[in-house]
Ligand binder design. Structure first.
Ligand SMILES: Nc1ncnc2c1ncn2[C@@H]1O[C@H](COP(=O)(O)OP(=O)(O)OP(=O)(O)O)[C@@H](O)[C@H]1O
Ligand SMILES: [Mg+2]
Length: 1107
C-alpha cells in the first residue's frame, strides 16, 4: 500500500506529534525545539496546529506557498497554518460546515499574526471578481484600523491586542466571501489614562502625532511632541521596528478602503485629540466657606481647546469637573468634587470617550463589511482574543482576560479531549481513559451565578452602603475561601496565613495556565465603570455629531435611573454568547507558543515552552489522539464518499450503510486493526489509511471521469453520426430534387427550342407565302400606279403646256403694255437722276462710316496700336490713311504737351537713337535711362568746387569714367566734364584737372558695336591737345556721353561735327604709338563684366560677354 505523502518526507523531527516516539514531555519539547531551530514553526497534533512565534519574518507565506497548499490534503504537505486554513475553507465550501478557527496562546505568542495569515490565505484561495475582491480587501483592511485603536505596546508584545476580536467571515454557496461581522470584547481602557512601566498607550495616539501633516495637527490643535501629553508614557514612546508615521498612513488608507467618509475620519481624529487634551487638564483646590475643597481647572487653555474641538460649551464641562449632580427620588442634589474626584472624573471621561469610540469604530466597520445579500451564508469565524496574561501587577483587566482564556481552554477540552473520549464510549469503541485536567472548576469559580467571583463583585457593587475593594475581598474571603483554586491571605484556609508572596489586598487564582495574583484595587470601580451623569450630559450637549452618538445616556429626555450592567456581567454575557456560537461550529485549533520572553528570534527557553505546553494541555491532546483514531465519519457519508472503490457498493448499496462500509473496507483489503466500527461512525486509526482511501478515491474518480467522458464522447459521436446521417438524407433529397429540376428544365428548354424552330419554320413559310401574295398585290398596285402616273403626267404635260402658253401670252401682254406705258411716260423723267441716286447712296454710306468711326476711336496714347475694322472693302485705302493721319495727329498732340526740358531730353534721345540704334548692342539698355547729365553733382559737391570754378561754361555732362591705361588695360576713375567748348578729365578723388581738351581738337569718337562702354576720343593731328595722344575711356553711360558730345560739337559756333566710328577694331594714338583696340566676344574670367587686356605693344583686346 503505497501512499504519497510529503508530510513524512524530509521531516525535521516529527511533523505530527501523534507520531512522536517515545512520547514524553522532554521528547515533545525536544521535537519542538529541533523544528524551531530549523525554522519549522508549525507542528501538528492530529488536526491541531502548534505555532511557535519565530520573532522574525520567514519566507513561508508567499503566493507560491499559498498555491502549494491550495486544495491539498491536510496531512499531505509539511505542517503549515495554510493547511489548516485550507482544510477549514474546503470543509466550509464543499461540506457546508460552518467553521471556527480558535487561536489561543499567551500574549505575544502570535495569535493576531496567525489570524491574519488565515484570513489572507482564505482571501487568496476563494473566488475572485471585482465585487468579491472589494469585500476581501475591506475585510483585510479592517485589521490595521482596529490594531491602531485597539493594540498597544506591552512588556510582552510590541503589538499586543488590548481587546478581544471575533470575526465571522460569511461566504456564499460557491465559497466567495460576502462580508463579515466583527465582535469586540472589552477593550483595556485603563491604558488610555495610565500605562505600566515600559508600555505605551494605544498606537493611534503616537501614530497621529508622528504621521499627521502639520496642517492636520494644527486643525486638531495638537503638538507633535509626545512629551506635551500627560496620557502618553514617554519612556517607551518609540518602539524599535515600529514606524508610527508610516502606520498612520496605512491606517488612513485602510479607513478609506473600508469605507470611512472623510468627515468621519476627521471626527475620529478629533476625538483622539480630545482625549490627549483631556489628559492635560489639571485641577487645583479652592477652599469653600463650608470648609470643603472644591476643584478648579488650573490652566484653562487645554480645556478651551478640547471644548473647541468637540464643540462643547466650556463652562458646562468646567462645571462638570467641579460639581456632581446626584438624583435620588426625583430630587437633584449637587455636590462639589474635590481635586481627586475631579481627576477621577477626567480619567473616567477619557476612558469612556476612547472605549466608546472604539466600539463605534467596530460598529461602523461592520456596517461597511456586512453582507449585502440575505441568502444562506456559510460562516468561518476567526477568534483572536487577548492571550493569557500574568503581570507583576494584575488587575481587573487581567482577571477578565484570563477568565476569557479559561473559557477558551474549556471549549478546547470540551471538544477535543472530553468530547473525543466520550465519543468513543458513545460509539462503543474499546477505549482506555486518559486523565486530563478539566478547568471547568476554575470557570465555575469565576462565573458561577451564585458564588462566582464576578457575581460577588456585582453584588458588592450594587450593595447599598460603603463599598470598597477591601469589602469585596472580604466577601471573596468568605465565599470562595474553600475553593481549591482560590487563595488569599485572609481566607479561612490557614495554609496562606503565612504566605508572604500573597499580600493582604490580593487574591490568587490557580488558572489552568498558572497562578495569577490579582490586586483588588480598582475592581469595584472598573466593574462599576461609572461616568458622572453631568459629564455624559455635557458630552451629549456637544455640537459634534460623533460625540452625541457615543453618549446617548446624556440625553436629558431619556433619564434612566436604572444602573447600567456592570463591566464584569457584560463581559460574562458576551463570552457566554461567544462560547455558544463557537460550539455550533466545527473548531480548528491553532495553539500559539512563545519561545522566549525577550521577543528574540532563535532563542528557545525550554522552561517557558514547557510551561505553555503543560497549561495548554498539549501532552494530553497527543495522548488522546494517539490512543484514539485519527479520523471518524458517520457510515452514510463515508459510504457515499468511498462507494466507488468497491464493485458491490457501486453505484448503489441496498443494505444498511454500516454493512456497506464493512464490505467496502474488506474489499480494499485494509488491515482490520486500522478500523473500528462504532455505533454510527467508522473510525480510522491512521491518517495514512485515510490518505490511502482518498488516493484510491481520487484515482477512481479519475477512472469514473474517464468513463463518463467515454460515454459522453460515444454519445456525442453517435448523436453526431445520426445527425450527419439525417442530414445526409436531407442533403441527398435536396440534391436529387435539384438534379431532377435541372433535367426537367433542360428538357423543357430543348422542347421549347424544337417547338420554336418548328414554329419558326412554319411562320417563315407562311411569311414567304404572305410576302409573295403581298408582292403580287404590290406589283398590281405598282403597275396600276405607273399606268395612272403615265396618265397623270400626260395630263400634267398637257396642262403645263397650256399654262406656259397662257403665261407667254401674259408676259408678251405685259411687255407690250410696259412699252406702251414707257413710251407714254418718258417725257416725265429728268436727265442724270441715276448718278444722283448713286451719289446720294455713297454719301449715306460714308456718313454712316464716319459716325461709326467716331464711336470706335482708339485712345490718345501714341503707343495704342488698335484701330477699328473697316466696314466696306472699297474703303480699304481710306481706312488705312485715316489711321495714319490719326496717329500723326495724336503724336503731335502728345508732343505739344512737352516742356522745354522734356523736349530737349527727347531730342537727345532721338539723336542717340539716330546715332546708335541697330548699330551698338549697348543702345537698347540706354533707352529706358533718362539722360541726367550731371551725375556727380558738380556744383553742389564741395569736393569739386575748385574743378567747378575751373570750368567756365555750363557743365553739360559730369560723370565718372574709367581711363584705360594702355600699359595694362586697367581703368582709373576720372571725372568727365563736358561743356559747350571743351571736355575735361579730372581726378575723381581730388577734383584736380588731368586734361582739358577743346572740342575743336576732337576729330572723331570710336566705339565698338557691342555692349561694352569703351570709347576712344581721337584728337586732330597737329592740334595742341594731340601731343599727349588719344583717350581710351570706358563708361556705362557711353550712349549719353557720345550723344551729348556729338550734339554739342554739332551745335558749336564753328560747326565742327565730330564723326562717330562704330567698329569692333579701331586704332588709338597713344603719344607716338598707334595701338589697335580689338573687341571680341567671350566670357571674361572675372565674371560677366568687360575685361581689357594688353596683348602686345600694338594690341589691346577687350572681351565683351556675349549677349
Ligand atoms: N509567524 C510569525 N512570523 C513572524 N513573526 C511573528 C509571527 N508570529 C508572531 N510574530 C511576531 O510576534 C509579535 C507578536 O505577535 P502577535 O501580536 O500575533 O501576538 P498575540 O498572540 O496576538 O499577542 P497579544 O495577546 O498580546 O495580542 C508580532 O508582532 C510579530 O513580530
Ligand atoms: Mg494579538
Amino acid at each position: 500500500m503505497e501512499v504519497k505523502t510529503s508530510l513524512l518526507d524530509n521531516m525535521i523531527g516529527v511533523g505530527d506529534m501523534v507520531l512522536l516516539e517515545p512520547l514524553s514531555e522532554e521528547s515533545f519539547i525536544e521535537n519542538l525545539k529541533k523544528r524551531f531551530d530549523h525554522n519549522e514553526i508549525y507542528t501538528y497534533i492530529g488536526s491541531v496546529v502548534i505555532s511557535m512565534n519565530p520573532y522574525k519574518s520567514l519566507p513561508i507565506y508567499t503566493a507560491e506557498k499559498v498555491e502549494e497548499y491550495r486544495n491539498r490534503n491536510f496531512y499531505e504537505l509539511s505542517p503549515h497554518i495554510y493547511a489548516l486554513a485550507d482544510e477549514a475553507y474546503r470543509s466550509l465550501r464543499d461540506q457546508d460546515k460552518d467553521q471556527c478557527i480558535l487561536i489561543t496562546g499567551e500574549s505575544g505568542a502570535g495569535k493576531t499574526e496567525a489570524s491574519k495569515f488565515v484570513m489572507s490565505y482564505v482571501a487568496a484561495v476563494c473566488g475572485k471578481g471585482q465585487e468579491v475582491n472589494k469585500v476581501k480587501e475591506q475585510l483585510l483592511q479592517s485589521n490595521p484600523v482596529l490594531e491602531a485603536f485597539g493594540n498597544a505596546k506591552t512588556v510582552r508584545n510590541d503589538n499586543s491586542s488590548r481587546f478581544g476580536k471575533y470575526m465571522d467571515v460569511e461566504f456564499d454557496f460557491k465559497g466567495d466571501p460576502l462580508g463579515g461581522v466583527i465582535s469586540n470584547y472589552l477593550l483595556e481602557k485603563s491604558r488610555v489614562v495610565k500605562q505600566p512601566r515600559g508600555e505605551r498607550n494605544f498606537h493611534i495616539f503616537y501614530q497621529l502625532l508622528s504621521g499627521a501633516s502639520d496642517d492636520t495637527l494644527k486643525k486638531l490643535k495638537l503638538d507633535r511632541d509626545f512629551s506635551k501629553y500627560n496620557y502618553l508614557s514617554l519612556d517607551s514612546a518609540t518602539v524599535n521596528g515600529l514606524d508610527d508615521a508610516a502606520s498612520f498612513r496605512t491606517v488612513r488608507n485602510a479607513m478609506q478602503i473600508v469605507g470611512f467618509m472623510e468627515d468621519e475620519v476627521q471626527s475620529i481624529l478629533e476625538l483622539v485629540a480630545a482625549v490627549l487634551k483631556l489628559g492635560n487638564i489639571e485641577f487645583k483646590p479652592e477652599s469653600r466657606c463650608n470648609g470643603y475643597d472644591e476643584s478648579r481647572v488650573k490652566d484653562k487653555n487645554d480645556l478651551k481647546e478640547m471644548c473647541e474641538l468637540l464643540g462643547i460649551e466650556q463652562s458646562v464641562l468646567e462645571r462638570a469637573f467641579s460639581f456632581r449632580t446626584v438624583e435620588a427620588k426625583m430630587e437633584k442634589v449637587s455636590t462639589t468634587l474635590n481635586v481627586a474626584q475631579a481627576y477621577y472624573a477626567r480619567d473616567a471621561l477619557a476612558k469612556n470617550l476612547y472605549s466608546r469610540l472604539f466600539s463605534w469604530l467596530v460598529t461602523r466597520i461592520n456596517e461597511s463589511i456586512k453582507a449585502q445579500t440575505q441568502t444562506h451564508k456559510k460562516v468561518m469565524g476567526v477568534l483572536d482574543i487577548y492571550g493569557f496574561e500574568i503581570f507583576e501587577d494584575n488587575s481587573f483587566e487581567q482577571f477578565i482576560i484570563n477568565y476569557c482564556n479559561e473559557k477558551l481552554q474549556q471549549i478546547f477540552i470540551e471538544l477535543t479531549l472530553r468530547e473525543e473520549q466520550e465519543e468513543y464510549i458513545r460509539e462503543g469503541i474499546e477505549w482506555t481513559n486518559i486523565e486530563y485536567f478539566n478547568n471547568a472548576i476554575i470557570c465555575d469559580l469565576i462565573e458561577n451565578n451564585k458564588n462566582g467571583i464576578l457575581a460577588m463583585l456585582d453584588e458588592e457593587c450594587l450593595r447599598p452602603g460603603t463599598v470598597t475593594d477591601e469589602t469585596f475581598l472580604d466577601k471573596l474571603n468568605t465565599v470562595c475561601a474553600k475553593h481549591q483554586h482560590f487563595e488569599s491571605r485572609q481566607s479561612k484556609n490557614s495554609k496562606f496565613l503565612t504566605d508572604h508572596s500573597l499580600p493582604h489586598n490580593c487574591f490568587r487564582i490557580q488558572h489552568y495556565a498558572g497562578k495569577v495574583l490579582y490586586r483588588v484595587e480598582g475592581f469595584v470601580d472598573k466593574n462599576n465603570d461609572l461616568l458622572y451623569r453631568d459629564l455624559s450630559q455635557a458630552m451629549y450637549k456637544a455640537n459634534h455629531s460623533l460625540i452625541k452618538i457615543l453618549f446617548p445616556e446624556g440625553n436629558p429626555a431619556k433619564v434612566n435611573l436604572k444602573r447600567p450592567p456592570t463591566a464584569g456581567s457584560q463581559f460574562r454575557g458576551s463570552v457566554g454568547t461567544l462560547m455558544k456560537n463557537l460550539l455550533t461550529k466545527n473548531p480548528n485549533y491553532i495553539r500559539c507558543i512563545k519561545p522566549n520572553d525577550k521577543k528574540a528570534a532563535h532563542i528557545f527557553t525550554d522552561s517557558l515552552v514547557c510551561h505553555q505546553v503543560r497549561y495548554l494541555g498539549l501532552m494530553e491532546n497527543v495522548r488522546v489522539r494517539r490512543a484514539g483514531y485519527a479520523f471518524r465519519q458517520a457510515y452514510e457519508p463515508c459510504l457515499e464518499r468511498y462507494k466507488m472503490l468497491c464493485k458491490q457498493t457501486w453505484p448503489h448499496w441496498k443494505g444498511p450503510a454500516r454493512e456497506g462500509v464493512e464490505v467496502l473496507l474488506k474489499g480494499l483489503q485494509v488491515p482490520a486493526e486500522e478500523f473500528a466500527y462504532g455505533r454510527s461512525k467508522v473510525f480510522i486509526r491512521n491518517p495514512r489509511t485515510l490518505f490511502f482511501l482518498e488516493e484510491k478515491r481520487r484515482q477512481c474518480l479519475e477512472d469514473l471521469a474517464t468513463l463518463i467522458q467515454k460515454i459522453y464522447r460515444g454519445w456525442k459521436c453517435r448523436t453526431h453520426f445520426l445527425l450527419m446521417k439525417k442530414s445526409q438524407v436531407v442533403v441527398a433529397a435536396w440534391y436529387r430534387r435539384f438534379a431532377q429540376q435541372k433535367k426537367y428544365q433542360k428538357i423543357r428548354f430543348s422542347t421549347l427550342v424544337v417547338q420554336s424552330f418548328i414554329r419558326g419554320w412554319k411562320a417563315r413559310k407562311i411569311l414567304r407565302e404572305l410576302k409573295h401574295k403581298k408582292r403580287c398585290e404590290m406589283a398590281v398596285t405598282t403597275i396600276s400606279a405607273f399606268w395612272h402616273g403615265t396618265q397623270a403626267r400626260r395630263e400634267l404635260k398637257r396642262l403645263k403646256e397650256e399654262a406656259r402658253r397662257k403665261h407667254a401670252v401674259a408676259v408678251i401682254w405685259a411687255y407690250w403694255l410696259g412699252l406702251k406705258v414707257r413710251r407714254e411716260y418718258r417725257k416725265f423723267f429728268r436727265a442724270n437722276a441715276g448718278k444722283k441716286i448713286y451719289n446720294f447712296t455713297i454719301q449715306r454710306i460714308m456718313q454712316k462710316y464716319f459716325l461709326g468711326l467716331k464711336k470706335t476711336m482708339p485712345s490718345m496714347s501714341p503707343i495704342d496700336k488698335t484701330w477699328p475694322v473697316r466696314p466696306y472693302r472699297f474703303l480699304d485705302g481710306t481706312h488705312q490713311e485715316l489711321r495714319r493721319i490719326f496717329h500723326l495727329w495724336r503724336c503731335k498732340k502728345y508732343r505739344s504737351q512737352f516742356t522745354k526740358e522734356k523736349k530737349a531730353t527727347y531730342e537727345e534721345k532721338l539723336a542717340a537713337s539716330e546715332l546708335f540704334k541697330d548699330k551698338k548692342a549697348l543702345y537698347p539698355s540706354s533707352v529706358g535711362q533718362p539722360f541726367k547729365g550731371d551725375y556727380v553733382e558738380i556744383t553742389k559737391n564741395p569736393k569739386y568746387q575748385k574743378l567747378n570754378s575751373y570750368v567756365e561754361d555750363k557743365v553739360l555732362l559730369a560723370d565718372v569714367v574709367s581711363k584705360i591705361n594702355r600699359a595694362n588695360g586697367k581703368g582709373a576713375p576720372r571725372i568727365f566734364l563736358l561743356t559747350k567748348k571743351s571736355l575735361v578729365l579730372a581726378d575723381q578723388k581730388t577734383g584736380q584737372v588731368k586734361a582739358s581738351v577743346p572740342l575743336l581738337d576732337l576729330s572723331s569718337v570710336s566705339v565698338s558695336t557691342q555692349s561694352d562702354g569703351f570709347f576712344a576720343l581721337k584728337l586732330k593731328e597737329g592740334s595742341t591737345s594731340a601731343a599727349k595722344g588719344d583717350f581710351l575711356l570706358s563708361s556705362d553711360r557711353l550712349i549719353e556721353i557720345i550723344t551729348k558730345l556729338h550734339r554739342t560739337s554739332a551745335a558749336s559756333a564753328d560747326r565742327n561735327q565730330i564723326s562717330i566710328d562704330i567698329s569692333d577694331e579701331f586704332l588709338v594714338q597713344f603719344k607716338q604709338d598707334k595701338v589697335c583696340v580689338k573687341f571680341i566676344q567671350g566670357t571674361p574670367k572675372n565674371g560677366n563684366g568687360v575685361a581689357c587686356k594688353r596683348k602686345n605693344n600694338r594690341l589691346l583686346e577687350v572681351s565683351v560677354p556675349s549677349p
